[in-house]
Structure formats: C-alpha cells, structure tokens
Design a protein around this ligand. Structure first.
Ligand code: UD1
Length: 424
C-alpha cells in the first residue's frame, strides 16, 4: 500500500524565537544546470536540502556526471555528457528541469528534453525558451512529447521576450554565453535568482553586462571554467516565515536572509500592522494579534511575488476586514482557495481576483496540498486554526521548504509529520 507523509498541526501557538533561512531553491537549480557548461569541479555552499535539488541532481547524474551533497555543500564533477537528455519521469515532477536545455544546446549542440506539460494550476508554456533558442540558431522539433534541439555553435542574436520569463531568461543566458558574437536579451527577467545566475556565469568566465536590468548584453566566449558560489537566501521561505509570524501575533527573528530581497513583502506586512526591524542578514518581525487587511497584486520582481500569493491569502483570511488579491502572473494559481475555505476562510474568486473577507477564527480540518505554495498557505492557516488540521500530500512542500515542520517546532508551533497509508 503506498505511503505518503502528512503534516498535522494544532493551531493557536504564538511563534517566538529565531529561524535560519535556507538557500534559495530557485537560485540553486539554474546554477546546477550551468555546471554542464564546463568540465571540472564545482562547489556550492548554502544549498537547501530539498526534493527539487535531488531531482536536478538525478537529472545531471543521468547524464554521466557525478554529484555529491554533504550537509549543505554540493559538489558537481562535470564532464562531457553521455546522454544529453532530460527524461519525462523527472521533468514531470519538476518543471525547472527545462534549465538543462540551454546549457546542453549551447555547449554540446544537442538536447532531448521532455516537455514539462501542465501542473496542478494550469498549463505553463515554454514557447519563449524555444523561440529564444531558435533565434540563436538552434533547430528545434517536437517528438513524442520531447523537445529535440540541435545546433552547430550558436550565433549571438537579439532575443526580445514578450513576457520577462524567469526560466526563459535563464535558459537563453546559459545557451548564449558560449555562442559566437553578441546576444542582447531584451525584457529579461530581473528576479534575484537570475541576477545570481548571471553573476555566477561571469565567475565561470562569461561576459554578461547589464546584470540586474531588463537588458542583458552577452559577448560569447570560446570556453568557460568551473566556479564556486554560495546560494542566495530563499526569499519565498523568508516571506512564508514572516507571514507565519504575523499570523500568530509572534516575535520571530529570521537569520541568514536578506531584507533587500523581500522589500515588497516587508512593505505589505508593515501596512498589515507588523513591526519590522532589519539588519543586513536579519529581519525581526513583532506583531500583536491584529492583522490589517491589505490588497496585493502580484507582479515581476521587484513587485510582490506570485510565489507568496497563497501565503498572503492565508494571512488575510483572519484579517480585520476585506482584501483583494490579484495574480497577474498566473491567472489560475488558486487551488488553495477551496482548501482554505474548508478551514472556514471566506474567499470568493473571480478569474484571477480573490476577495478575502477576514473571519475571526479558522477551524481545523483535513486538507490536501495541491502544489508547493498552496501547501505553505495551508500550513500557515493550520497554525492559527482551532483544533487539528491534517495537511496531506506534503511531498509538495518538501520540494521547496527544508524541514519546515522542524523550523516551525523550534518557534513553538505544534506540528509534526506522520505517514499516511493511501487506500487505492
Ligand atoms: C519561475 C519560478 C516560479 C515562479 C515563476 C514566476 C523557478 C524554478 N520557478 O518559474 O517559482 O512562480 O518564475 O515568478 O525559478 N511564460 C510563457 N511562455 C514561456 C515561459 C513563460 O508564456 O515560454 C509565461 C508563464 O505562463 C507565466 C509567465 O510567463 O505566465 C512567467 O513565467 P516564468 O517567469 O517563465 O516562470 P518559471 O520560470 O516557470
């Protein structure tokens, strides 16, 4: 009988104390893929121990490259790939597997990468990745659910994105650093994870200018070399613990984070009534139990992140009034709404706009994780719901939060993990 983990919470504890924020999932994944660009040994520090990191590790190992993870230090011993392939079984569990496409085409001139398909909250296309690579001279066709790409040495070109896609910017960057001539990426994503990737590629010997802006200019080089780096703090884990603290009227200090990465979230939390003090690598958040209603509209960095939309909704569920939450990045990323309603939240949804009328209390119930950030929002709600909340299918949360239950326990939450037998 299949067994899955679930998390159980008994709500009502005020969070207090100190929590260490892990390295960023979305930053480490493209950096791991970048190691395909040059042979040799790479050492990455502050690597979060997450299911998605293990998936990327397996993907690279399948190509004949050895990878070790010791504590939070990851080493990749890169050499020419035996198979330039990302199989369906792995890509379907992690869309970010598509990050191997750019480096494989850029360096080896061939790649066979499964199409990611949809996810719990709708289709997420890869047209910008494909169009960008085609502009650089790759020949691409689709075969039995796979993207099959081939190229001689890529040629620099102007790649102008309709949407500043994080993944497409990362992929095109990794493809064009070894191209002949100059590439200009217009309307590039400016997310900190892309800035970190570009900085890392420059340490490998790439020549990228305009880092941190929406116009990147890349002068192709003939060869790169390995480099080491520490992974930047996870801004979404940071935001999730900030929301958890405010929700419970807590007093929590977040360490090993970076306030500069979460300005949009800190601004909203201050308006929502939290008292926040920041130093370089720390954030302290203190709250009484009153949560003011605050509208948010997600947008690209430095705007409010879509990856915090579900957690913000959990916070607003018990605010002193109504708020409006709009997701402009993903119009159908709302699978948490039905589950939050099961806990007593009053939410109405019209396309990509949710109206949340704050209620006095939530009450515990069995709920189901549907995706990574939805799971986080259910855990937040469970922290304040009266009685017991069972959050099943937490393999989603393990994709992106390192030992979330242990970190919350250290802050005083009543939360534990159990195995659940699935009746099929
Ligand atoms: C990354 C993050 C994810 C975050 C998202 C938006 C990683 C591993 N994942 O995902 O956590 O939610 O950024 O901040 O870093 N789009 C297209 N065509 C494409 C690619 C994207 O239309 O070829 C659209 C998407 O449907 C979406 C928007 O562009 O509406 C932004 O997506 P994108 O920035 O590409 O997200 P990901 O890189 O997949």
């Amino acid at each position: 009988m299949p067994v899955l983990d679930k998390l159980i919470l008994v709500g009502g504890k005020r969070l207090e104390g100190t929590v260490q924020i892990s390295g960023s999932k979305n930053a480490v994944l493209p950096i791991m893929a970048a190691s395909l660009l040059a042979d040799g040994t790479y050492t990455f520090g502050n690597v979060p121990r997450l299911r998605d990191v293990r998936t990327m590790q397996k993907l690279i190992e399948n190509m004949g490259i050895s990878v070790t993870l010791d504590g939070h230090t990851l080493r990749i011993y890169s050499q020419p790939c035996e198979h330039c392939e990302a199989p369906y079984d792995q890509v379907k569990t992690m869309r970010a597997s598509i990050y191997v496409l750019g480096p494989l085409v850029g360096r080896f001139g061939r790649a066979r990468v499964s199409l990611p398909g949809g996810c719990a909250w709708g289709p997420r296309p890869v047209n910008l990745h494909i169009d960008g690579l085609t502009r650089l001279g790759a020949k691409i066709h689709f075969e039995k659910g796979y993207i099959v790409a081939s190229a001689r040495r890529l040629k620099g070109a102007r790649v102008s994105f309709d949407i500043p896609s994080v993944g497409a910017t990362g992929n095109i960057l990794m493809a064009c650093v070894l191209a002949r001539g100059t590439t200009v990426i217009e309307n590039a994503a400016r997310e900190p994870e892309i800035t970190a990737l570009a900085g890392f590629l420059n340490r490998m010997g790439a020549r990228i200018e305009g880092i941190g802006t929406s116009r990147l200019e890349i002068e192709g080089v003939d060869e790169l070399h390995p480099a080491d780096t520490d992974v930047i703090p996870d801004r979404i884990e940071t935001g999730t613990f900030l929301a958890a603290s405010h929700l419970t009227g807590g007093d929590v200090t977040l360490e090993k984070t970076s306030p500069a990465l979460v300005n949009s979230i800190l601004d909203k939390l201050r308006i929502a009534g939290a008292e926040i003090t920041e130093t370089d690598e720390q954030i302290r958040i203190k709250s009484d139990r009153s949560i003011r209603p605050v509208d948010v509209t997600t947008s690209v960095y430095p705007g409010f992140p879509t990856d915090m939309q579900a957690q913000w909704m959990a916070l607003m569920s018990i605010a002193d009034g109504s708020s409006v939450i709009t997701d402009t990045i993903y119009s159908d990323r709302f699978t948490h709404v039905a589950e939050l309603r099961r806990l007593g939240a009053n939410i109405t949804l019209d396309h990509n706009v949710a109206v949340v009328k704050g209620v006095r209390t939530l009450s515990g119930a069995p709920v189901m994780s549907t995706d990574l950030r939805a799971s986080a929002s259910l855990i937040l709600a469970g922290l304040v719901a009266k009685g017991r909340t069972d959050v099943s299918r937490v393999y989603h949360i393990d994709r992106g939060y390192e030992t979330i239950e242990k970190k919350l326990q250290m802050l005083g939450a009543e939360i534990w993990r159990e195995q659940e037998k699935l009746v099929v």
